[in-house]
Ligand binder design. Structure first.
Ligand SMILES: C[S@@+](CC[C@H](N)C(=O)[O-])C[C@H]1O[C@@H](n2cnc3c(N)ncnc32)[C@H](O)[C@@H]1O
Length: 708
C-alpha cells in the first residue's frame, strides 16, 4: 500500500467520541460486554498471570495470523521450493498467447459489475495506448533476435525507453494494487474481528472485577480500544491547545501514547520512545503503522546479464505482475503478484536479477562507481550492493568485497558467481582492524554498516524487543571505528573518486548523523557532499534534541517506510580532500590499544595521537591536528566503554541477574578472543555470556512452572 493510500485509509485520527467509544478512565468502572457477562456465569476466574500470558498470546496470535498470510503471499513470490510448474526457459510467444494475456489483463481491470474495480478501468484512449505499448514491447522483446541485435549497447540505454514498459504496467497496476489492498484489508479485518472476539472473551477488566491500575495492566488488553485511544491521543497532541483536556499536560498525553504504542505494537518502552522522538506524534503513528507490514518485493535487474525491459517481458510471460520501482531507479522492478516463485525462475537461476530491497539500491547509486576504479565494499555479505557495484562498473576495475562473518562471506561468493561478477575479490576481515593496514588506496568505499535494523522492523519484528540501550552504545561505537577506517583507506589523490558512502538500515540518530558528526570531528580531511539521489528521501537532521550537527548534514538522505514506502535507510556521502591525520591507521582501535608499528606522537589538543609507520594512510604527507571531541558527536573511548558497561549491568540487573557477573565472564571470554574488535568484542562476549545466563534462568523458571 502506498503512503497515499495508507494515509487515505487511515485519514485523520478520529476522536473516541466520534468513534462511539468513550475513553477509559482509571476511576471509571468499565461496562460489561454481553460476552463478558456470559463468561461471568462460569465459576472460573482466570489468574492474573494467565491473563498476562493471554495478552501476549493474543498479540502473538494476531501477529502470527497476519504474518502467515503475508508470508504465504510473499512465499508465492519468492519461495524457490514451492511446488509449481515452471514453464520452459524461453517459451515461444504466439499471437494467441499475446491475445490471451491481453484478455487476462482486461479481465482484471475491467469488471463492470465491481464499482471499485470500475474506477480503475481504462478510458478508450488509455486502452489504445496500452495496445500500442504492447505492440511496441512485443516487437522489441527478447524473443525477437533481430531486434535484440539492434538493442542499444549502453548499460542503461534500455531504460531510456522505459516509457513503454511503464505504460504496459501502469495499465494493469492500478486495478491490481486495488485488488491487493482489498485482500490486505480483508485479512486485517478478519484478524481484527477474531481479535475482538477473543478480547471480549478474555478481557475481564470489562467485568469490573479488577479496577486497580496494576491489575488492569496485567489483563489482556482490548487492542481495538487501545488503537482507538492511540488515534485519539495523536489527534489531541497534533492540535493540543484546542483539543486537549485542560486538566492533563502534554507530557501525560505523551506518556499514555507511548504506553499504548508498546502494548499495541509490541515495542519495548526504550525503543518505542527512541523512535517516537524522531517524529511529530502523527508521523510517529504513521511510522509505527507502516512497520506492521513488510515493504513491497523488489528485484534488481542484473545489467551484466540482461536489461530491465527484457527481464520484465520474460517475467510477465511467466505470470508475474510488475512495474518499474519508480523513476529514481533504472534497474528495479516492483513485484505485485506472481504465479511462480521468484527465487526459482530460470531467469533468477541464470542471474538475470537479484531480490533486493529498493532502499538497498540507494547507497550504491550514491557511491556512483566508475569503470576501472578500485573499490572496497567494507561489509558486503550477502552481496546485494557488491554485485550492483560490479554491474555499474561493467565488470572492469576491481571490487574488494569484505565481510567479517565467514559464513555470510560464503553466501556472498554464491551471489557473485550467479550474477556473473568477474571483477570481485572476496575477503574476510574485521574491517576496522584490516583497513587501511593491509589494503588501502581505494577510489571509493562503501560502508553499509552493521546496525540495529530499526529501518527494517516490517521485515524483522524481533527488533522491537531485541534492541536495548547497550546496543545503541555498542553499535555506534563500532560504526565510528569502521567509518574512520573507511576514510583512512580512501586515496584522496584519486583522479576519479576519493569518496566514501556510509549507510545503515537504521533510522536512529545515534547510528547515523551522530556517527557522521563524530568522524567529521576526527577527520577534518573529509566533508559531506550531495548523495546525487535527487529529491527522493528526506534530508538528514541538522539539529536534534537541542544539539546541532554540521550544516551539511542536510545533504545526507533519510528514507522511511511510511514516507517513501521503502525500508528505513540512511545514506551519507563523504569526499576526502586531504591526508588523514596522524594516528589514522589506529582508527580501528580508537582507544589506541597498541599497534606494533605505531609510534607515539606528542599530545595534540589535549589528546594523545599515534601514527602508523606502514600502510597507505601513513604515506600522507602532512600531519593534521586531530580535532578535539565535542560533547556531542565525539566520544572518549574509555568513557564510551564505561557507558556500555553500565548499560550492560543495567540490562543484567533488569533480568534479575548479578550485574557483576558480566565483568568476570567477559574477562575470561575476551582473553580467548583475538583482539580484533577491541572493546567491542569484549562487549559481544558479555552479551553472549549474559544471553546464556538468561536462557538458563528462563529454563529453570519454565521447569519450576511445569512442576507447579
Ligand atoms: C548490513 S549488512 C551488509 C549488507 C550488504 N552490504 C548487502 O548489501 O548485501 C552488515 C554486514 O556487516 C558485517 N560485519 C559486521 N561487523 C563487521 C566488521 N567488523 N567488519 C566487516 N564486516 C562486518 C556483517 O557480517 C554483515 O554481513
Amino acid at each position: 500500500m502506498g503512503v497515499g493510500n495508507r494515509m487515505k485509509k487511515q485519514g485523520m485520527p478520529m476522536s473516541l467520541a466520534e468513534l462511539g467509544i468513550d475513553r477509559k478512565r482509571k476511576s471509571e468502572k468499565p461496562q460489561r460486554s454481553s460476552s463478558a457477562k456470559k463468561r461471568r456465569t462460569s465459576d472460573e476466574e482466570p489468574e492474573p498471570t494467565k491473563l498476562v500470558k493471554l495478552d501476549r498470546a493474543l498479540r502473538q496470535e494476531r501477529e502470527a495470523k497476519l504474518a502467515t498470510k503475508q508470508r504465504k503471499q510473499k512465499q508465492r513470490l519468492v519461495n524457490p521450493d514451492a511446488q509449481i510448474t515452471v514453464p520452459p526457459v524461453f517459451p515461444t510467444t504466439t499471437e494467441d498467447d499475446v491475445e490471451d494475456e491481453a484478455d487476462d489483463i482486461e479481465e482484471m481491470i475491467v469488471d463492470e459489475d465491481d464499482p471499485e474495480i470500475r474506477e480503475a478501468s481504462l478510458s478508450e484512449d488509455q486502452l489504445e495506448e496500452l495496445a500500442q505499448a504492447e505492440e511496441a514491447e512485443e516487437s522489441d522483446s527478447v524473443f525477437n533476435t533481430d531486434e535484440e541485435e539492434q538493442q542499444p549497447k549502453g548499460m542503461f540505454s534500455e531504460d531510456e525507453d522505459s516509457d513503454a514498459l511503464e505504460t504496459l504496467n501502469a495499465a494493469n497496476i492500478e486495478g491490481l494494487s486495488r485488488k491487493l489492498d482489498q485482500e490486505q484489508a480483508q485479512v486485517e479485518a478478519e484478524a481484527e474481528q477474531e481479535l475482538q472476539d477473543d478480547a471480549l472473551q478474555t478481557n475481564i477488566a470489562e467485568d469490573g472485577l479488577l479496577d486497580d491500575e496494576d491489575q488492569m495492566n496485567m489483563l489482556a488488553p482490548d487492542l481495538k480500544l487501545i488503537h482507538s485511544r492511540i488515534t485519539e491521543t495523536v489527534r489531541v497532541l497534533t492540535n493540543f491547545s484546542k483539543t486537549a483536556d485542560k486538566t492533563r499536560s502534554r507530557a501525560e498525553y505523551t506518556q499514555q501514547l507511548l504506553k499504548d504504542i508498546c502494548i499495541y505494537y509490541g515495542y519495548t518502552p526504550y525503543l518505542a520512545e527512541k523512535l517516537f522522538d524522531l517524529f511529530s506524534p502523527d508521523e510517529a503513528f504513521a511510522f509505527f503503522e507502516a512497520n506492521e507490514t513488510p515493504r513491497p518485493v523488489v528485484i534488481r535487474t542484473n545489467t551484466l546479464r540482461t536489461n530491465r525491459r527484457t527481464l520484465a517481458q520474460a517475467l510477465i510471460n511467466r505470470g508475474v505482475q510488475l512495474q518499474p520501482v519508480g523513476k529514481w531507479s533504472k534497474v528495479g522492478l516492483q513485484i505485485f503478484e506472481s504465479t511462480v516463485p521468484l527465487g526459482a525462475t530460470p531467469e533468477y537461476l541464470a542471474g538475470h536479477y537479484i531480490l533486493q530491497a529498493a532502499s538497498s539500491f540507494l547507497p550504491v547509486m550514491a557511491l556512483a562507481p566508475q569503470e576501472n576504479e578500485r573499490i572496497l565494499d567494507m561489509a558486503a555479505a550477502p552481496g546485494g550492493k557488491t554485485t550492483y557495484i560490479s554491474a555499474l562498473m561493467r565488470n572492469t576495475g576491481s571490487v574488494f568485497a569484505n565481510d567479517a562473518n565467514r559464513a555470510r562471506a560464503k553466501g556472498l561468493i554464491g551471489n557473485i558467481h550467479r550474477l556473473g561478477c568477474k571483477n570481485v575479490i572476496v575477503c574476510n576481515y574485521e574491517a576496522q582492524k584490516a583497513f587501511p593496514k593491509i589494503l588501502a588506496g581505494f577510489d571509493r568505499i562503501l560502508l553499509d554498516a552493521p546496525c540495529s535494523g530499526t529501518g527494517v522492523i516490517g521485515k524483522d519484528p524481533s527488533v522491537k524487543t531485541s534492541k536495548n540501550e547497550r546496543d545503541f552504545l555498542a553499535l555506534p561505537h563500532m560504526q565510528k571505528q569502521l567509518l574512520l577506517s573507511a576514510i583512512d583507506s580512501v586515496d584522496h589523490h584519486s583522479k576519479t573518486g576519493g569518496y566514501i558512502v556510509y549507510s545503515t538500515c537504521s533510522v536512529t540518530v545515534e547510528e547515523n548523523e551522530q556517527v557522521v558528526q563524530y568522524v567529521l570531528r576526527k577527520r577534518p580531511n573529509v566533508h559531506i557532499v550531495d548523495t546525487g539521489l535527487g529529491s527522493f528521501g528526506t534530508p538528514g537532521f541538522t539539529a536534534y534534541q537541542g544539539k546541532r550537527f554540521d550544516d551539511k548534514m542536510n545533504l545526507t538522505r533519510r528514507y522511511f517506510p511510511h514516507r517513501e514506502n521503502v525500508d528505513g535507510f540512511f545514506v551519507c556521502k563523504l569526499k576526502k580532500t586531504g591526508p588523514s591525520p596522524t594516528g589514522a591507521a589506529a582508527a580501528g582501535q580508537i582507544n589506541g590499544t597498541a599497534e606494533a608499528d605505531s609510534v607515539k606522537l606528542p599530545i595534540v589538543n589535549g589528546k594523545k595521537a599515534t601514527t602508523s609507520t606502514n600502510g597507505k594512510a601513513t604515506s600522507d604527507e602532512d600531519a593534521m591536528e586531530v580535532a578535539p571531541d565535542d560533547e556531542f558527536g565525539g566520544f572518549d573511548d574509555e568513557a564510551d566503554q564505561a557507558l556500555i558497561d553500565k548499560a550492560q549491568k543495567k540490562w543484567l540487573k533488569a533480568r534479575g541477574l548479578d550485574p557483576n557477573m558480566a565483568d568476570g565472564k567477559s574477562k575470561s571470554k575476551s582473553a580467548t578472543q583475538p583482539e580484533v574488535n577491541g572493546k567491542v568484542s569484549e562487549v559481544k562476549a558479555q552479551v553472549v555470556s549474559a544471553g546464556k545466563e538468561t536462557q538458563k534462568l528462563s529454563k529453570v523458571k519454565s521447569k519450576q512452572k511445569q512442576k507447579k
